[in-house]
Design a protein around this ligand. Structure first.
Ligand SMILES: Nc1ncnc2c1ncn2[C@@H]1O[C@H](COP(=O)(O)OP(=O)(O)OP(=O)(O)O)[C@@H](O)[C@H]1O
Ligand SMILES: [Mg+2]
Length: 249
């Protein structure tokens, strides 16, 4: 059973007389352990597709199965439940709370889930270690570089032990070195933990860190590329180490 299965998905937005077909007949299967990049020009439907996959939005028509469950029919509360259990989100602008240190930011969603303090701390420290930031766990976002803030956001997503990480332009706000660092982390999580990743990006050299690249155009799936493993492996070797970055100003 595939982890995600979308069939004939459409999403229409209506405002007054104007109808926008943001997604048209998208059929996509994502297996556990896939690392997929979604590319396409601005307005082509990338974020809309990621939001449907992440159960933040519902399709207008079509069917979507996540881990064997028919998502498009679920109630809002059931949808929120599925989202919490299966999905870890990473956004372009990090979405960290400025008054909380890195560890508290990572723990926050676990508090909302009602998890006890000891388990919360264990998961937060493990997740921060996985992104190479254990030593920075008492730093607030303003005391971290952009790349480090994104790594905290990845740790926050990981701490929920999701089945899939969904990342909308995760390197969009970062310089190229920090961006490569984020890709190195994604590749390691994908390869060593079998974590499924779906990312949206404008940048070809970021997209090429995945195994498959899906090209959207005007809400349609224009084409799909499968990348050679040798290229993927080469990228991994070229990836930089995961020490804390020098503070960028
Ligand atoms: N809430 C909304 N109401 C109406 N139209 C919307 C809404 N959200 C998105 N759209 C439209 O749907 C289309 C796809 O938008 P989407 O945000 O998915 O594009 P994108 O590929 O992520 O673009 P970008 O690269 O600029 O982030 C666009 O034409 C957009 O204007
Ligand atoms: Mg977008």
């Amino acid at each position: 059973m595939p982890l995600l299965e979308l069939k004939g998905i459409t999403r229409q937005y209506k405002s007054g007389q104007i109808r926008v077909d943001a997604l048209k007949d998208i059929t996509l299967t994502v297996e556990q352990g896939d690392f997929i990049s979604i590319m396409g020009p601005s307005g082509s439907g990338k974020s809309t597709l990621l939001n449907v996959i992440g159960c933040l939005d519902r399709p207008t028509s079509g069917t979507y199965e996540l881990a064997g469950q028919r998502v498009e029919r679920c109630s809002d509360s059931r949808l929120a439940d599925i989202r919490n259990r299966f999905i870890g989100f990473v956004f372009q602008s990090f979405h960290l709370l400025p008054d909380l240190d890195a560890q508290a930011n990572v723990e926050l969603p676990l508090i909302y889930r009602g998890m006890g303090g000891r388990e919360r701390r264990r998961r937060a420290v493990a997740a921060l270690e996985a992104v190479g930031l254990a030593e920075r766990r008492r730093h607030r976002p303003s005391q971290l570089s952009g790349g480090e803030q994104q790594r905290v956001a990845i740790a926050r997503a990981l701490a929920g032990e999701p089945a899939v990480i969904l990342a909308d332009e995760p390197t969009g706000a970062l310089d190229s070195r920090s961006g490569r660092n984020i890709m190195a982390i994604f590749q390691r999580l994908n390869r060593e933990q079998g974590l499924t990743i779906v990312q949206v990006t404008h940048e070809d050299n970021i997209a090429r860190h995945g195994h498959r690249v899906i090209h959207l155009l005007d809400g349609e799936m224009e084409r799909e590329e499968t990348l050679e493993q040798s290229l993927v492996a080469w990228r991994e070797e070229a990836a930089v180490s995961l020490q804390p970055e020098v503070q960028e100003k």
